[in-house]
Design a protein around this ligand. Structure first.
Ligand code: OAD
Length: 238
């Protein structure tokens, strides 16, 4: 692995515009289970069953309970060293942007500045039906929307069956199209449309993942390993 991390360091030092794309595997070492990895939260359960518009509309209590539990867990989790290293590399000018599928906010908490949350965020809440914003406590207290009265409060995360937040997607595409290095960390690349992003990259591409999934992709460099360890090795070399 060390030689490959050295190659990554060389690619980063040569590149002018580096974009990082992260998935749930970036957060597992902060004790947040991923979805489809070997210990994945939804390994035996189709994510479309719970995090979906259909479940929201057909079984709101189940949807609410699932998200309330997950969001409470995320609230207590902290960035690991790997998140901080990414933030430090941004500060040194070696990374220009991070696009993430994670709603955990750990990149922000670690100090990364240019972060695009492709699957939304857990900071803000709204009513699914009338779109009026809501306070987090209203959601956690299982209250109805204070504007339209419906049981429809939800976090601003992207559900299966919904489009991605337009700004996050457009900003990510702008960054990726001008990048000459895309580093993909800890994602199975199974969920569309984010899994198409590596195909838009014009420059070099790197894939860092614990188990090598992502069949059907060509990466210039593949590093099999845990995100934190790989980034710690990278930090030693830079
Ligand atoms: P997945 O769970 O599909 O993939 C995570 C990948 O990270 C797997 O290939 C793991 O092997 C790998 N992995 C786990 N721990 C790692 C570590 N410490 N270091 C490196 N790699 C590690 O998660 P995503 O691809 O992010 O969407 O999933 C995409 C979307 O599916 C999520 O954003 C979520 C889910 O349904 C929505 O809810 C809309």
């Amino acid at each position: 692995m060390e030689n490959k991390v050295r190659e990554l360091k060389d690619l980063m030092e040569k590149a002018r515009h580096v974009v990082v794309l992260t998935g749930a595997g970036m957060d597992t070492e902060s004790n947040i289970p991923d979805f489809r990895g070997k210990d994945g939260l939804w390994r035996n359960l189709d994510p479309r069953l719970l995090a979906s518009v259909d479940t929201f509309e057909e079984n709101y209590p189940l949807f609410r309970e699932f998200y309330a539990t997950r969001l409470k867990l995320l609230e207590t989790r902290q960035p690991h060293r790997g998140h901080y290293i990414l933030a430090e590399l941004e500060e040194k000018g070696l990374i220009q942007a991070i696009a993430t599928q994670n709603v955990s906010r750990l990149h922000h908490l670690a100090g990364s500045k240019h972060v695009y949350e492709l699957h939304g965020n857990i900071r803000t809440f709204r009513c699914h039906y009338c779109n009026e914003p809501a306070e987090p406590e209203e959601f956690f207290d299982n209250r109805n929307c204070s504007h339209c009265g419906q049981p429809g409060l939800r976090p601003n995360v992207t559900l299966f069956g919904e489009s991605l937040p337009t700004d996050a997607w457009n900003n990510t595409m702008t960054e990726v199209l001008q990048s000459d290095l895309l580093i993909v960390i800890g994602t199975s690349l199974e969920v569309s449309p984010v899994n198409q992003i590596p195909r838009f990259a014009k420059g070099k591409t790197v894939y860092i993942n614990d188990e090598i999934a992502a069949k059907g992709y060509h990466f210039d460099l593949v590093i099999q390993g845990k995100a934190k360890k790989v980034l710690e090795q990278l930090e030693q070399l830079i």
